[in-house]
Design a protein around this ligand. Structure first.
Ligand code: ADP
Ligand code: ZN
Length: 610
């Protein structure tokens, strides 16, 4: 029977509407739900924000019995349970942070056979008493979230995940298993299949395109100024600023605070209580900027993060994609900016080379870093370059800095020759800062020590700023004309291709964005993105609805989006429903929310009737 006619799938579709308040499936969801309902084991690879949770939540409701959801992230479990409960679904979690009353409630529901979704941390699940209890309950399937945690290739390996296959067998013989991950690369995917499934599952891979995310990179200059300009352009919106070190997290949080931004720090060195408090504030309130190391984010399920800024270069393309993916999960426009500098690149290379990794692993890491650098220096649409890395081909997106602002090019042959002759004349023994001083004719201590002020190259590049020369070095490196030896203090040398240019046998073009344009974008933006979806005439009502949402959320001690998403408020402000029936038609409003919030929100809409 085709999917469209299966009674289970049509029941799932009506639950999509009545419980979650969504008008339609997102791309990919329907096929996955269909396969799960037919009893297949499934691995779904989907980008963050594409709506994985619904893929197991709907079958769980259609099926009956209890669906186990394995997740390593306690904060995320808590949020999902809250959101499901608010939608009228019997859900609960078992984890170390529950109070006894909550655990009793969950076990009571389970015993009576009323529980539909049980979220459980892997270490809790592996306990013999948990397994015994679940073996006696009516468990219908096991959904494994963040399935890449089973792979040693990934950045989030957790050894408890290795037990999940055997746990599933102990609970239910051939318990149906469905696994989800947002990690796309091939070695990780193969590992997941090997370690979680006895037989190869049905694999779904969703497009990694997230068209609502604007992509942009800029060479790093004064990074705190650049970050501040970017954050200011997003006043009043929730966002994340990622930094490479704890110290920088603290410094940037201070800088932003001094500028009047509501910024909070987050890193592993902070007291756990402080960390948790900052995370809660970020989750629950509007317009907080989290300045964080990458320790922050994996458990963040906040749909209305409007921007992500990397103050330092991310670790690799995978990490970059995961981190920017935390913005715009609600599908509304979100903005990203990544700052990259030569120092960052050197540091990353060193971390790989000197790290305690196998040769095979180092090779993979080098590739991943190389892909990120190509993305930073991309000559064409960034999204095309990014998607190409994930094996997808696409058209220019029109929503990245390169599509919108273009890259101007110029004949860079002479500059390249100057830079390379500086390398050659100093015996291919020096790093970039020294070479830049030489080109610019700066009499630094080292220049004088080596008597480099006597070289013919001394000062030939005085017409360019140091930052411009750094960009030229970076581009020559991306073009493969020069290379760096990291084991020897990052000394540069000229490759065979480079010699072709140096000898004048070949000309080259360089990108013109040599001078950084901090904040250039910010000034052009009028309104913050959250209200980009709200017409001017609806803004007053939108703000009033937001105020009501904040009040209700505070009363109930839940994050604002658990009440309603930004998109729901935006639709309310523009459609202005006057009856419960019309209210129910709005995105994100199901039966439970109609009953709970209908009257209060309708009253606000009524007051603004024109
Ligand atoms: P993921 O786990 O893939 O990162 P989530 O499951 O958290 O993503 O979903 C991201 C957001 O998209 C959530 O706010 C969710 O409510 C919303 N969403 C999911 N499916 C749909 C749909 N079919 N229509 C509208 N919104 C959806
Ligand atoms: Zn583009």
């Amino acid at each position: 029977m085709p999917d469209s006619l299966s009674p289970d799938l049509s029941q799932a579709t009506s639950l999509l509407h009545s419980v979650f308040g969504f008008g339609a499936f997102r791309p990919g969801q329907e096929e996955i739900v269909g396969a799960i309902l037919r009893g297949e084991n499934v691995l779904a690879v989907m980008p963050t924000g594409s709506g994985k949770s619904l893929c197991y939540q709907l079958p769980a409701l259609v099926r009956g019995g209890v669906t186990l959801v394995v997740s390593p992230l306690i904060a995320l479990m808590r949020d999902q349970v809250r959101a499901l409960t608010a939608a009228g679904v019997a859900a609960g979690s078992l984890n170390s942070s529950n109070d006894p009353a909550e655990t009793a409630r969950v076990l009571g529901l389970l015993r009576r056979g009323d529980l539909r979704l049980l979220y459980v941390a892997p270490e809790r699940l592996a306990r013999p008493d948990t397994i015994e209890m679940l073996a006696e309950s009516n468990v219908s399937m096991m959904a494994i979230d963040e399935a890449h945690c089973v792979s040693q290739w990934g950045h989030d390996f957790r050894k408890e995940y290795l037990e999940l296959g055997s746990v599933a067998r102990q609970i239910g013989g051939r318990l149906q298993t469905i696994a989800f991950t947002a990690t796309a690369d091939a070695p990780t995917r193969t590992d997941i299949v090997d370690k979680l499934f006895a037989q190869p599952p049905r694999v779904f891979v969703r497009s990694f395109d997230r068209p609502n995310l604007r992509l942009a990179f800029k060479p790093k200059e004064r990074s705190s100024k650049q970050v501040l300009a970017f954050v200011r352009a997003h006043e009043g919106e929730s966002g994340i600023v990622y930094c490479a070190s704890r110290r920088k997290v603290e410094e940037l949080a201070e800088t932003l605070k001094e500028a009047g931004v509501r910024a909070l720090p987050y890193h592993a060195g902070l007291d756990k209580a402080v960390r948790d408090r900052n995370q809660d504030t970020f989750q629950q309130e509007d317009g907080v900027v989290m300045t964080a190391t990458v320790a922050f984010g994996m458990g963040i399920d906040k749909p209305d993060v409007r921007f992500v800024c990397h103050a330092d270069l991310p670790a690799n393309v995978e990490a970059y994609y995961q981190e920017i993916g935390r913005a715009g999960r609600d599908g509304l426009p979100a903005d990203t900016l990544t700052l990259y500098g030569m120092g960052d690149m050197q540091l990353r290379r060193l971390q790989i080379e000197q790290g305690d990794l196998s040769d095979e692993r180092k090779r993979i890491e080098r590739q991943r870093l190389g892909a990120l650098l190509s993305l930073a220096e991309a000559p064409r649409c960034r999204r095309q370059t990014l998607l190409a890395y994930f094996g997808e081909s696409s058209e220019p997106c029109g929503n990245c800095d390169l599509c919108q602002e273009g890259v101007e090019r110029f004949d860079g042959t002479i500059d390249a020759q100057k830079a390379m002759s500086a390398i050659v004349r100093t015996g291919e023994r020096f790093g970039m800062e020294h070479l830049v001083s030489l080109l610019r004719g700066d009499r630094t201590e080292n220049i004088l020590k080596y008597e480099h002020e006597r070289l013919p190259t001394f000062g030939v590049g005085a017409d360019r700023k140091a930052s411009e020369w750094r960009s030229i070095f970076r581009q020559l490196s991306a073009l493969g004309l020069i290379a760096q030896d990291l084991m020897e203090h990052g000394r540069w040398w000229v490759t065979d291709e480079g010699w072709q240019v140096l000898k004048g046998k070949q000309r080259i073009e360089l990108r013109k964005d040599l001078a950084p344009a901090a904040g250039a974008r910010g000034e052009r933006r009028g309104r913050p993105a959250a209200s980009a979806v709200v017409d001017d005439g609806d803004l007053v009502l939108f703000d009033a609805l937001k105020a009501l949402r904040t009040r209700l959320a505070q009363q109930q001690g839940v994050p604002a989006y658990v009440v309603f998403s930004d998109r729901t408020l935006a639709e309310l402000a523009s459609h202005r429903p006057t009856s419960p029936r019309a209210f129910r038609e709005i995105h994100g409003i199901g039966d439970a929310k109609l009953e709970r919030y209908g009257a209060a929100f309708l009253e606000v809409v009524q007051k603004h009737a024109t």
